[in-house]
Design a protein around this ligand. Structure first.
Ligand SMILES: Cc1ncc(COP(=O)(O)O)c(C=O)c1O
Length: 346
């Protein structure tokens, strides 16, 4: 059984985290060789870590249960108590992780406005780096995200910003929960895609379709520090090879197909525009469509009645992924077309 038909909703556009492991992935999980990973004994985890480090061009890697924990351990490995990290207002590490860096890491966030393309302007960063003065927290780190809200950070910007903050003595961390979407979109290899960053958190459970798991890559010393924090944060897993096998399978089989998700997002965007809706052009697998406020409750139940799950809000986010191939997108579009939009768009 591949378990992919057990949801009440045939079509789930809320997130790319909703994918169920495929039959092939489940077979790989069932066959995984395992050991106690807290002792470093799990051969499948070790293989995943070695492959991730090699592909992304880092000395070392560490497997985590989630992206939130990987990001937090990374921030704690880069920054000590009373240090500060610069981060975008829209960044997951700032906005959607309950302020874990501050709450659990004693690290002060300095949130900065994101530009429309998802980056943070260099002058804004320069102005936020605190002088060496005991009134201030020590600014240690810049954390960026790629993709961010489905947008791909421009490579030129990435090179420029990482070189600039390095010249000011800061380290760089990338929340690469969806880094493969960026890499596939830009048609670059992994090393090029993350060049300039000292550490990268790579999720296997988003577009890649694994049920759980994130790999953090960095230098040997950095990963040794992150390993200590992972244990304190409760992320030391035992026979985690069962999960790592899913991640390895995803790396082998689900990277290039992300281009299908991107094409499906464009197809969905074009169809929604044809209905008369205002859509932000998607760069990867995430699109935003404006829904007139009076239509929100009706649209939500209209979609639900047709087996479609979506988080409907004034700016609705729709996400394409492994479990919504082209025919399902066509079905979703048909449902949008059949909705009574009268008096709302024109
Ligand atoms: C950009 C980004 N970073 C980090 C995370 C956290 O990952 P997790 O849900 O595995 O903790 C998410 C989750 O959706 C995310 O979208």
């Amino acid at each position: 059984m591949d378990g992919s038909h057990t949801s009440a909703f045939a079509i789930d556009l809320r997130s790319d985290t909703v994918t169920r492991p495929t039959a092939g992935m489940r077979a790989a999980m069932a066959a995984a060789e395992v050991g106690d990973d807290v002792y470093g004994d799990d051969p499948t985890v070790n293989r995943l870590q070695a492959i991730a480090a090699e592909r992304f061009g880092f000395e070392s890697a560490l497997f985590f249960p989630s992206g939130t924990q990987s990001n937090l351990a990374a921030l704690m490995a880069h920054c000590g108590r009373g240090d500060e990290f610069l981060v975008g207002q829209e960044a997951h590490t700032y906005k959607y992780e309950q302020g874990g860096a501050a709450v659990l890491g004693s690290i002060q966030p300095q949130p900065l406005e994101n530009e429309p393309d998802g980056g943070i302007a260099l002058p804004r960063i320069a102005a936020a780096i605190k002088p060496d003065d005991y009134h201030f927290a020590r600014t240690r780190l810049l954390a960026l995200e790629n993709t961010i809200g489905g947008r791909v950070l421009p490579m030129g910007y990435q090179r420029e910003v990482t070189a600039f903050v390095h010249s000011r003595g800061l380290a760089t961390h990338l929340d690469g929960a969806r880094i493969f979407n960026a890499i596939v979109k830009l048609n670059v290899d992994e090393r090029t895609g993350v060049a300039g960053f000292d550490s990268v958190s790579i999720c296997l459970s988003k577009g890649l379709g694994a049920p759980a798991g994130t790999v953090l890559v960095g230098s040997r010393d950095f990963i040794a520090a992150a390993r200590r924090w992972r244990k304190a944060l409760g992320g030391g897993m035992r026979q985690a090879g069962v999960l790592a096998a899913a991640g390895l399978y995803a790396l082998q089989n689900h990277v290039q197909r992300l281009a299908d998700d991107h094409a499906n997002a464009e197809y969905l965007a074009a169809g929604l525009r044809a209905v008369g809706l205002s859509v932000v052009a998607p760069q990867t697998n995430i699109l935003y469509v404006d829904i007139p406020v009076p239509k929100i409750p009706g649209l939500k139940s209209h979609l639900q009645g047709r087996g479609i799950n979506a988080t409907v809000s004034p700016r609705t986010r729709l996400v394409t992924h492994l479990d919504v191939p082209h025919p399902k997108i066509a079905t979703a579009l048909q449902a949008f077309r059949e909705f009574d939009w009268a008096d709302s768009i024109g």
